[in-house]
Write a protein that binds this ligand. Sequence first.
Ligand SMILES: [Zn+2]
Length: 241
Amino acid sequence: MHNTHRRTFLQSAAALGLAGLSAPLIAAAKIKPAANAALIVVDVQNCFVDGGTLPVKGGAEVVPVINKLSTAFENIVVTQDWHTQGHASFASAHPGQKPFSSIKLAYGNQVLWPDHCVQGTDDAALHKDLKLPTAQVIIRKGFHKGVDSYSAFEEADRKTATGLAGYLKQRGIKTVFVSGLATDFCVAWTALDARKHGFEAYVIEDATRAIDLNGSLAAAWKQMAAKGVKRIQSTDIEVVA
Ligand SMILES: [Zn+2]
């Protein structure tokens, strides 16, 4: 009796083309960010798009993706790279050095960049098409003249906190979804530090763009995977339009 039922079911399933039923159902399940999740929008500023001082290829393309994603989140954190004049991460601050080379500073290796995202300039302003009216906090980073800060959590000396971990913890946030610019620097360091501080962390790949300097993008993904950062696409998230 049992076998007959089973065979009938299998035949029906085959007839309906449902042989691989479970796999597509799992693949189609979308992530619905909970009330204790936050979207972190990293450095979507004029400096990092075409026309800016340190443009990331395709940087502006993340703007509509992030605007759409934002409606799925109750909590949104925005970051801004926010440097002093003559900042230690600027090649111009080190005689004889050129942008995109590396030097050793007191806290370790530092890639040298063109002057970018100087405090209070239009270049450092958020991209004009970024529409995040419900964002609750803006974390500015890289404002200590002698220390860079790719991460939204900790400066490059790996000691000085930005305050973001405390802010998120005091608000009961457990999971962060990281988007923005650039994938292999500020996004990756932010996601890695989120893990370090005990948060579940996702990077939404198509909501980021990379600089990819000397293989930095592949290295960043590898490092993130090793630390348990989950790599997803914006279409994996349930967005109610
Ligand atoms: Zn910077």
